[in-house]
Design a protein around this ligand. Structure first.
Ligand code: ZN
Ligand code: ZN
Length: 529
C-alpha cells in the first residue's frame, strides 16, 4: 500500500513537472503515432533483456510510460482500436463497432472502410475502394488540420488498409496501404488523390518487396537463446500453406507461391521493416516536420498481428518478430532525429489490442479455455426460439458475439421484440462458453460504471449494434482458430492491457502505474499541441 501511494505521488510530481516544462518548449513540428498491431504490455518486459538501447528502451527511458493502460470497451479488434486511439472515444460515439459487422440497414455484412464510391489508386484491383466515412467522429489528425486552417499535412500508412485510413481521419492528405497478391504495391483511394505521387510510384518499383521475399525467415539470434518462448515445434501453432511444421527457418521464397505471393510479406517481420522503409520515404518526400505547421504521421505495424494469430503469443515467432521490430523502431527513431531533428517531434507508441494465449495450449496446462462455434450457437438459438415463440426465423445474424433479431418477422408474428430479446439473452447463458448476455434495451436504460459490462456498454452503439450482446467465458475464442493460433476481441485484461508510451517534444521522463484508458491518448496529444 505504501509503495502504491509513493508511486502515485511520484506520478503526480512527474505530471506536474511535465506541465511546467511544457510552457518552455516550442511546438512539435511532427507528431508520430505508432500503433503496434497486437502488442501485449508484457512483451515490453518479457523480451527486455534482448532489446537494444535504441528501440523500445529508448522511449521507455526518455519518455513517459503508462504501465497500467487498458482498452475500455468490447470488442478489442483492429479497426475499433485504431479508431478509439485517434478519436479519443469508443464505438458508442465513433460507430466503428468491429472490423466487419452485420449492417442491419443494408442487411449484409460490411467491412469498416469499404466504400464503392471511390476507386483504387495505384493498381487496377479493388483494394483501394475505401474511405473512413463510417467513422462518425474526427481523429486527432483531423482536429490538428482544422486548428491550422487545413495547413500542415496528415498521412496514415500501414500494411492494413483500415489501420492507415481510420487514424489519418477524414481530412487526411493521404493514406497508403500495402496491397499484396500478385502485384505487391502500396496503394491508396481516390478519396485522397487521383494519382500516386511520383515518389510512391518509384518506391513501388524499387524491388524492396522482392528482396525481402528472397530470404528465408530465420531467427535474428541463435534460437537456443530464445528462452522466453515455448518450443518451436508445437501443435498449438498454424503452419504456412505448404509447410510441414511451424518451425524455423520458414522458407519464404518457396512458400510465397502457395501463400498468395506478395501477401506473405504482410505475415512475416520483414513486413514491419518494409513499413519502416515506406515511413522513412514518406517523411523525406512529403517533407514532414519541415514547415511552420505541425504535421501528423500515423504508422501502424500490422505484421505482428498476422504472426500472433498464426503462431500464438508464446511462440518463438512472436519473440523473433518483437526483437526485429525493436530494431525497426531504432531505425525509425534515429531517422526522425536526423531528418526532423531530436526535440522537434512528439511520438506515442501503443497497440490496438493485445491477445490471449492459444486456448488449446491453455487447456494442455489445465487452464479453462474454449472454442466457440457460431454455427452451433445459432442452431441452439433457433431451437430456443422455436420452443418459446413457435418460429425459428427470429434470428437474423449472429456475429462478433452479438445477436441481431429479424424485426420484420417478429412484428409479423405480433411478438413483443423486447420479450424475445430478453428470453434469448436469458437462454444464451445456458449455452456452454457464454458468460454474460445483455439486451440492447438494458444497455440503453442502465449505466454500468465499471467491470466487463461497462466495457460492453462502451462498445455498444444504439444505431449499429445488435439486439443482444454476449460476453464469452475467459479464453474462449471462435473455433475458426481450432487448428492452431489465437486471436483477441474480448474485454479481459489479456486483450485490454497494452503499452502507452509518450516521447519527445513536450514529454517529461517518467512512468505511472495508475489505471489509464486508451481514450486518454487523443486528449493528451491534443493538450500538448
Ligand atoms: Zn489489430
Ligand atoms: Zn488481429
Amino acid at each position: 500500500m505504501k509503495n502504491v501511494f509513493s508511486i502515485l505521488i511520484l506520478s503526480i510530481l512527474v505530471l506536474t513537472s511535465c506541465k511546467n516544462e511544457k510552457k518552455t518548449t516550442t511546438k512539435s513540428k511532427l507528431v508520430v503515432g505508432i500503433v503496434i498491431d497486437q502488442m501485449r504490455y508484457d512483451y515490453l518486459t518479457r523480451f527486455a533483456d534482448k532489446y537494444g538501447d535504441g528501440g523500445f528502451k529508448r522511449i521507455l527511458k526518455g519518455g513517459f510510460s503508462l504501465e497500467n493502460a487498458h482498452y475500455n470497451y468490447i470488442p478489442t479488434y483492429t479497426a475499433v482500436g485504431h479508431t478509439s486511439i485517434y478519436t479519443g472515444t469508443t464505438p458508442t460515439n465513433h460507430a466503428i463497432i468491429s472490423n466487419n459487422w452485420y449492417d442491419k440497414y443494408e442487411k449484409k455484412t460490411i467491412y469498416c472502410v469499404d466504400d464503392s464510391n471511390y476507386k483504387t489508386i495505384g493498381n487496377d484491383g479493388d483494394g483501394g475502394k475505401k474511405s473512413p466515412y463510417r467513422m462518425l467522429t474526427t481523429t486527432i489528425a483531423d482536429q490538428l488540420r482544422l486548428s491550422q486552417n487545413m495547413n500542415g499535412k496528415s498521412i496514415g500508412l500501414s500494411i492494413k488498409d483500415r489501420s492507415a485510413i481510420l487514424p489519418a481521419g477524414h481530412t487526411a492528405n493521404a493514406a497508403y496501404w500495402f496491397d499484396g497478391g500478385a502485384q505487391g504495391k502500396w496503394i491508396s483511394s481516390s478519396f485522397y488523390m487521383n494519382e500516386l505521387p511520383n515518389w510512391v510510384k518509384e518506391f513501388n518499383e524499387n524491388g524492396k518487396a522482392d528482396e525481402y521475399l528472397s530470404k528465408p525467415w530465420e531467427t535474428l539470434y541463435d534460437i537456443n537463446t530464445y528462452i522466453e518462448s515455448v518450443e518451436d515445434n508445437n501443435k498449438f501453432e498454424e503452419t504456412f500453406k505448404g509447410q510441414e511444421a511451424p518451425v524455423f527457418p520458414h522458407d519464404i521464397p518457396t512458400l510465397r507461391s502457395k501463400n498468395n505471393n506478395y501477401s506473405i510479406l504482410k505475415a512475416i517481420p520483414a513486413g514491419n521493416s518494409f513499413t519502416t522503409d515506406f515511413a522513412k520515404a514518406t517523411i523525406t518526400n512529403e517533407q514532414l516536420g519541415k514547415s511552420n505547421y505541425t504535421d501528423f504521421l500515423a504508422i501502424s505495424y500490422s505484421s505482428i498481428d498476422y504472426v500472433g494469430h498464426q503462431f500464438g503469443v508464446a511462440s518463438k515467432e512472436i519473440e523473433d518478430t518483437y526483437l526485429r521490430l525493436d530494431k525497426d523502431l531504432e531505425i525509425l527513431f534515429t531517422f526522425l532525429d536526423t531528418e526532423v531533428g531530436a526535440g522537434n517531434y512528439t511520438l506515442f507508441l501503443t497497440a490496438d489490442h493485445a491477445a490471449v494465449q492459444v486456448p488449446s495450449y491453455l487447456q494442455s496446462v489445465k487452464i479453462p479455455a474454449n472454442y466457440f462455434s457460431y454455427t452451433k450457437f445459432k442452431t441452439y438459438l433457433n431451437e430456443v426460439s422455436k420452443k418459446y415463440f413457435k418460429s425459428d426465423e427470429l434470428i437474423e445474424n449472429v456475429s462478433n458475439f452479438q445477436i441481431f433479431l429479424n424485426k420484420e418477422k417478429i412484428e409479423s408474428l405480433k411478438l413483443d421484440e423486447h420479450l424475445v430479446a430478453q428470453k434469448l439473452a436469458d437462454e444464451s447463458i445456458n449455452y456452454k462458453g457464454i458468460y454474460k448476455a445483455v439486451t440492447a434495451k438494458t444497455l440503453q436504460t442502465t449505466t454500468f460504471t465499471n467491470g466487463i459490462l461497462n466495457s460492453l456498454q462502451n462498445g455498444y452503439n444504439q444505431k449499429y449494434s445488435g439486439d443482444i450482446l454476449l460476453v464469452p467465458n475467459p479464453s474462449t475464442i471462435s473455433n475458426y482458430y481450432k487448428n492452431g493460433g489465437t486471436t483477441h476481441g474480448s474485454g479481459y485484461s489479456y486483450d485490454t492491457h497494452i503499452p502507452i508510451i509518450f516521447y519527445g517534444n513536450g514529454i517529461t521522463k517518467g512512468a505511472s502505474k495508475k489505471e489509464y484508458e486508451i481514450i486518454d491518448i487523443a486528449p493528451t496529444i491534443s493538450n500538448l499541441l
